[in-house]
Design a protein around this ligand. Structure first.
Ligand code: HEC
Length: 341
């Protein structure tokens, strides 16, 4: 018979060792089961973590889940969202949002046309860009500049390199200074920008009864309706309706805000002769030049859509992969059964 105190402490130590071993073997069994299912990850982590949160008095926790916490969260989010929506609606009701209802001031809204490049995967009609450039060059370039487009931009889009070189050479550009300090004239190169019709704004206004023909490079982006607006503007000239007075030198066009535009109708059937034999009607020329101006404002359009498609395909694959990975990582947590003995 030894000392009682000594005996009991020895007993307790033995008991603790037994418990520890018991616990460890329990998790081993658990791990084994999970191994069979192929869900080994986090098995250690889950038992340890949950042990910390579960009161020691609870013997068994079945189907532990995070659901109640999520449900509470959803309620809070819903309440906050409802609050924001409600107060925004209330504020909107009391904000002064009156707008002018005068169609003439706003300009008639252009109808939407089914442009060949409208769809999410559609590219420009490049034959139309080529014809449109011809219309710009033969008609619009008499008054409108196209500052942001260089000859080289047309290469591979509407013309070949040789064609572009030949077209650029037809124009004289001022270059210099040379060795004597003098400016000199030389034929154009593909790197040159489109020649301007007027030397400066004053000359442009003087040539157009005080009105300034705007640069057309970004026109389809600068106007509401884009290419639809340019098309409607070019084909929308008509006699002023009864009761509408149009000042001398202006022309009635319902699509132009205010209805009176300084630019006269410029497109008439048969004005240009297309090299591909397309009948040059007013609407055909308007459609082609609008397509061309759309390209001028958005030359990256085709490439952008191609990149967009590539990105969509790749990101869809990555999304599927990450969803699968998430499920893989969470599987042992979602499907665990925590048992304490
Ligand atoms: C005879 C000179 C002249 C020609 C040729 C001409 N325009 Fe204009 N254009 C003008 C003037 C001037 C204005 C400014 C009108 C105004 O502010 O009232 C203008 C304005 C415009 C506008 C801007 C309208 C707006 O909303 O501000 C567009 C777009 C336009 N022209 C396109 C064309 C196209 C495309 C062609 C070729 C098919 C063309 N123009 C040919 C003189 C011309």
């Amino acid at each position: 018979m030894g000392d009682l105190k000594q005996w009991s402490s020895c007993h307790y130590r033995r008991r603790d060792r037994y418990r520890r071993r018991h616990r460890r073997s329990g998790s081993k069994v658990e791990r084994k089961i999970k191994n069979v299912k192929g869900k080994v990850m986090f098995s250690r982590f889950s038992t340890q973590a949950s042990r910390r949160f579960v009161k020691p008095t609870i013997q068994q926790v079945r189907f532990a889940s995070t659901k109640p916490a999520v449900a509470e969260n959803t309620k809070q989010v819903a309440a906050v969202t409802a609050g924001i929506v409600g107060s925004t609606a209330l504020a909107y009701m009391y904000v002064d949002n009156t707008v002018s209802a005068n169609m003439a001031d706003e300009g008639l809204h252009p109808p939407e046309h089914p442009w060949p490049h409208n769809g999410p995967l559609d590219t420009y009609d490049h034959a139309s860009i080529r014809r449109g450039f011809q219309v710009y060059q033969e008609v619009c370039s008499a008054c409108h500049s196209l500052d942001r487009i260089a000859w080289r931009n047309l290469i591979g889009v509407s013309h070949t390199e040789d064609e572009v070189k030949a077209m650029a050479e037809e124009h004289e550009y001022t270059d210099g200074p040379d060795d004597n300090g003098d400016m000199f004239e030389r034929p154009g190169k593909p790197a040159d920008y489109m020649p301007k019709p007027y030397a400066n704004e004053e000359a442009a206004r003087a040539g157009n009864a005080g009105a300034l023909p705007p640069d057309l490079s970004l026109m389809t982006k600068a106007r509401h309706g884009g290419a639809d607006y340019v098309f409607a503007l070019l084909t929308g000239y008509m006699d002023a309706p009864g009761g509408v007075e149009v000042r001398e030198g202006l022309n009635y066009n319902p699509y132009f805000p205010g209805g009176a535009i300084a630019m006269a109708r410029v497109l008439f059937d048969g004005l240009v002769e297309y090299e591909d034999g397309t009948p040059a009607t007013t609407t055909q020329m308007a459609k082609d030049v609008s397509t061309f101006l759309n390209w001028a404002a958005e030359p990256e359009h085709d490439e952008r859509k191609k990149m967009g498609m590539k990105a969509t395909v790749m990101l869809t694959g990555l999304l599927a992969l990450s969803l699968w990975l998430k499920r893989f990582k969470w599987a042992p947590i979602k499907s665990r059964k925590i048992v304490y003995k």
